[in-house]
Design a protein around this ligand. Structure first.
Ligand code: 26W
Length: 825
């Protein structure tokens, strides 16, 4: 029977007061009674904890209200399952969304504490690698802002993405310790703990009524314990929950072992369990393929599914209404095993018929694909799944049998097509393809930009798309304008408010009103002054961290993102070397001073990516110290790129580098952040750049390079890149200088193979896009010299960013995938 919460409208304490005096008193109270410190001896971290607790209280009121409302109205809930949430800092975000920045600042000032210092002290929650994880974080904020009852489900990694340091220009990975000072945002929920099983065997059990059920008897068990973090929407519209699971042993210590003297062995189970949620896998775009990763995936899927089903039964008492009340979203295939787990829960644990369970299950799941890179498509050896999750493997076989029958009988597929849609990859060792599982188990499969969605239909899922033609749809990514405009660029936000009024804060499409001011000289100079201020702040950061002096008057040319060959940081640094050569060859010309700024992490096992970081640093050392350049060109690689660093760099960028090989970047979201902050994009026709080009207009973006079709053609023909290199003396000279050790005299052959790859196959079209890129950069220079044109373009970028708000994306998910009503802005 459904259990109704006891009383909906029970009296609750008065909401916390929001005056400076009240907040000041509460920070002190928290410092003394929760942190346990006297203000006289309190350290900055103590003040931070006390301040977060005071802010958190003001979010709690809305949190309780939100969950009470969801119970009362019985609205459908959305569950967003993601192995990554790249949140960054929470305090400024929360304060800003509930309108507390100024009172908290004043309250702290009265206590002789600087709010800015505290903000910078909060560690980043870096529970993600890059785009996919940051998208999940933007989506959480937007779901709260557009008032969708939602839960994020993920893993509470003890160590988030590694800290990157440089050692003589090489990336070194160090453990990241975001929990070192505790985490005042989270609530441990010991009462929400679930048992998670692994291994064992499956046993048919005959029920009293004669039906035979399969029962999984795992031989290995551990606990998933919930930790909840409130996620508050704009103006406190709603507060949703991010529920992260932590693995714990069922028996923290094996006392018999301990008593018999085996003190280490007594803790073995504990260490084994805790290993599951200890570290985030640092690879993006290559499947880890390791057992621990599969354990992580099942661990958090199973805990989330058990939690969802428990909550649903508690409120509604029957599972038939699942698709009406529950939408579960799979952020890439990492949680795809959830499909088999829900089937197991429905059929084995709750006695539903297979066909009914399958219908319910498909009604519930939606799946987003984030990459087409073949090496990133997850698959698991059948033998591993059989050992770790024997019942799930049986379920996967059964699902596959039905899909293949459908393909053969209804769709009359050929053998090749059947092999394509099969959940089991038979080429090489037998493996389960998680993309195929996610596809057939979901009612909606979406890509993250218009181009990427079309390519999905033509490549990975071409035959599945023929079999189920109404399932693939597009949901172009977005970013939250709160974090990526209002919070990270308060001066620009203020300027815009003064010009077009503050309504754009609630309806981002109103930024279009800036169009009318784009050519106004006084607005242009104000807009440029804000940019200049942000550049001065970044220049200071570069000076403080790197000891490199850059002029804020130079063009800040920025590429910040994970290091990957397809993203082509190599193309960018090669162009820097070409420019360096030109400046020295023609010192008399009117050069536009440039600072090339790079930041990004490389997957620890990705050799070429690490080598590209070293190359950037080697080139930087030579160029920055060459007096012949006269400061006209500087190259900076800022270590340890993370969300907080992005929040400083993005508002200071003049030029945004979005130069991936066409067809390879699913969407990109950094491109949208720069656009919001009035940077001009230099980019290829890839991912969401295509839609940015459409939204901002061809005259306000600098597009260059091969198209997806051209790239495919060249690849299909195995066309040799040598012709492109021979045709470009400038490129040839640069490549020879790098390959021969001009930038690596200590190890002249360091870059021989990296550059050799460009002659050999040039898979990423670096050589073949080079001349077009140089021409595009020349176009950028020309625009820069025409300040009025530059400023007008920059303003128009901000004006047209509305489409790329994650509020728009989330509304589309809600209406077109989840079946959840949304209030319009
Ligand atoms: C299994 C290892 C692994 C881990 C992460 C493989 C692949 C991934 C992600 C799918 C990589 C990723 O972050 N993709 C990015 O997703 C963004 C959000 O949709 C897009 O904007 C980026 O273009 C895409 O690269």
């Amino acid at each position: 029977m459904p259990q109704q919460p006891i009383v909906y409208d029970a009296p609750t304490p008065e909401p916390r007061a929001r005056t400076v005096e009240a907040i000041q008193a509460e920070i002190l109270e928290r410092l003394i009674y929760s942190v346990g410190k006297d203000p006289i001896v309190a350290r900055p971290h103590d003040w931070l904890a006390a301040t977060i607790l005071a802010v958190r209280d003001r979010v709690m009121d809305r949190w309780m209200e939100s969950s009470r409302e969801t119970w009362r109205t019985s609205h459908k809930r959305v569950y967003y399952l993601s192995l990554e949430f790249l949140i960054g800092r929470l305090m400024r975000d929360a304060m800003s969304n509930v309108g507390l920045i100024e009172p908290v600042r004043d309250a702290l000032k009265n206590l002789n504490v600087d709010l800015g210092d505290l903000i910078n002290l909060e560690p980043d929650a870096a529970l993600g690698n890059g785009g996919l994880g940051r998208l999940a974080a933007c989506f959480l904020e937007s779901m709260s802002s557009v008032k969708i009852p939602a839960y994020g489900y993920g893993i509470r990694y003890v160590h988030g993405l590694f800290r990157q340091e440089m050692s003589e220009g090489w990336q070194v990975e160090l453990p990241e310790e975001w929990l070192a000072h505790g985490n005042p945002w989270e609530f441990e929920r010991r009462e929400s703990a679930y048992e998670i099983g692994f291994g064992g065997h499956v046993e048919p059990v005959t029920d009293p009524d004669g039906t035979v059920r399969q029962e999984w008897r795992p031989n290995d068990h551990l606990l998933a314990v919930a930790y909840d973090t409130p996620i508050v929407g704009w103006r406190g519209a709603r507060v949703n929950t991010l529920r992260l699971w932590s693995a714990q042993p069922i028996d923290p210590i094996l006392l018999d072992k301990f008593n018999s003297g085996d003190h280490i062995g007594a803790l073995e189970e504990s260490a084994r369990a805790e290993a599951i949620t200890r570290v985030l896998y640092p690879a993006d775009s290559t499947a880890a393929g390791q057992e621990l990763r599969l354990r992580q995936e099942f661990f958090f899927s199973s805990a989330s599914l058990q939690d969802i089903v428990r909550r649903h039964l508690q409120q509604y008492g029957d599972l038939g209404s699942l698709p009406d009340k529950v939408a579960i979203h799979l952020n890439d295939t990492h949680p795809a095993i959830s499909i088999a787990e829900l089937m197991r829960i429905l059929v084995d644990d709750n006695g539903l018929k297979w066909a009914d369970a399958w219908k319910l299950s498909r009604g519930v799941f939606g799946y987003t694909n984030h990459t087409l890179l073949p090496e990133a498509l997850e698959s698991w050896p059948v033998a591993l799944l059989e050992r770790l999750l024997p019942r799930h493997m049986q379920i996967i076989y059964q699902i596959n049998a039905e899909v293949l029958t459908d393909a053969r009988v209804r769709a009359k597929f050929t053998d090749a097509q059947i092999a394509n849609v099969s959940l089991i990859d038979e080429s090489g060792g037998r493996r389960v393809r998680m993309g195929q599982l996610a596809f057939v188990g979901s009612h909606s499969i979406n890509g993250v930009s218009a181009l990427h969605t079309e390519l999905m239909k033509q490549t990975v899922f071409s035959d599945l798309h023929k079999l189920y033609p109404d399932r693939i749809n597009n949901k172009t990514n977005g970013i939250t304008p709160r974090r990526w405009l209002m919070q990270c660029n308060p001066d620009l936000t203020k300027l815009i408010s003064e010009r077009i009024g503050p309504d754009f804060l609630d309806d981002i499409d109103l930024l279009k009103g800036l169009d009318a001011h784009a050519d106004d000289p006084s607005f242009q100079s104000q807009f440029a002054a804000v940019k200049q201020g942000n550049k001065e702040r970044l220049a200071k950061l570069i000076k403080d961290r790197m000891g490199i002096v850059v002029s804020p008057n130079a063009l800040f040319d920025v590429q910040i993102k994970r290091i990957h060959e397809y993203k082509r940081q190599l193309l960018n640094i090669i162009q820097a070397v070409a420019l360096y050569d030109e400046i020295r060859a023609h010192p008399e010309r009117d050069w536009v001073p440039r600072v090339k700024i790079f930041a990004g992490k490389a997957a620890p096992g990705y050799w070429n990516a690490k080598l590209i970081i070293k190359l950037i640093n080697d080139v930087a050392k030579v160029i920055n110290n060459d007096p012949a350049v006269r400061g006209l060109l500087k190259v900076v690689f800022l270590p340890n790129y993370n969300v907080s660093l992005a929040e400083v760099i993005v508002p200071a960028a003049d030029l945004s580098e979005q130069i991936s090989t066409a067809g390879m970047e699913a969407s990109g979201t950094g491109n949208m952040k720069f656009m919001a902050n009035g940077a001009i994009t230099i980019g290829t026709m890839d991912g969401a750049n295509v839609e940015m080009h459409k939204e901002v207009g061809a005259e306000n973006i600098v597009i260059f390079g091969l198209t997806t079709e051209e790239v495919n053609e060249k690849r299909a023909k195995s066309e040799v890149p040598r012709a492109a290199i021979d045709a470009s003396p400038r490129l040839k000279e640069v490549l020879e200088s790098i390959a021969s050790g001009v930038f690596s005299p200590d190890d002249p052959h360091r870059y021989r193979d990296l550059i050799g790859g460009l002659y050999d196959h040039d898979w990423f079209m670096v050589a073949r896009d080079f001349d077009a890129y140089v021409a595009a950069q020349a176009q950028v220079d020309a625009i820069w010299l025409d300040k009025r044109r530059w400023n007008a373009m920059a303003i128009r970028n901000t004006a047209h960013v509305g489409f790329f708000s994650s509020d728009r994306t989330i509304r589309q998910y809600a209406q077109e995938i989840w079946g959840v009503p949304v209030a319009s802005s």
